[in-house]
Design a protein. Structure first.
Length: 146
């Protein structure tokens, strides 16, 4: 069974401001390292993105995948699962959980990634940690720069 990896960061902004950046998928290539393209394919009944196509490339390794999104109540974050994938990734599940804090919002990113090629557990977890840390730092910079 795949293990989940997680990381957290404090962002000096409201949960609403964080969600605005998280759901602006078309802008991901501007701040999310490795994402070269993101395109919303479907919206839910509330008009929020519910299915998004991504293209990623890092260190010469690329992948394309479509993620299906679900939203938590009261701006509590969002979660995703793989609808389709090709290239270096077979399956991705994860979430951004948002919780109000004195400094603004605590954002916790959890993910489980199943690569298309076999990887030693330690190497896979290290790669996931790098992805999480890079995403959280990029998110913080993007939100706080607004």
């Amino acid at each position: 069974m795949a293990e989940q990896t997680e990381g957290s960061i404090e962002i000096s902004a409201t949960a609403e401001e964080v969600m605005e950046v998280l759901t602006d998928f078309d802008a991901y290539p501007e701040w999310a390292s490795g994402i070269t393209k993101a395109e919303v394919k479907k919206n839910d009944a509330k008009g929020r993105p519910s299915q998004v196509d991504f293209e990623v490339s890092q260190m010469g390794i690329g992948a394309r995948y479509t993620l299906a999104y679900r939203y938590r109540a009261q701006l509590g974050g969002l979660s995703w699962s793989t609808k389709s994938a090709s290239g270096a990734v077979r399956d991705i599940k994860g979430e951004y959980a948002l919780k109000p804090s004195q400094a603004g919002t605590t954002v916790t990113y959890r993910t489980t990634i199943e690569p298309a090629m076999p990887m030693i557990g330690f190497v896979k977890r290290q790669a996931e940690k790098t992805i999480i840390n890079t995403a959280l730092v990029g998110l913080k910079k993007r939100v706080e720069a607004r």
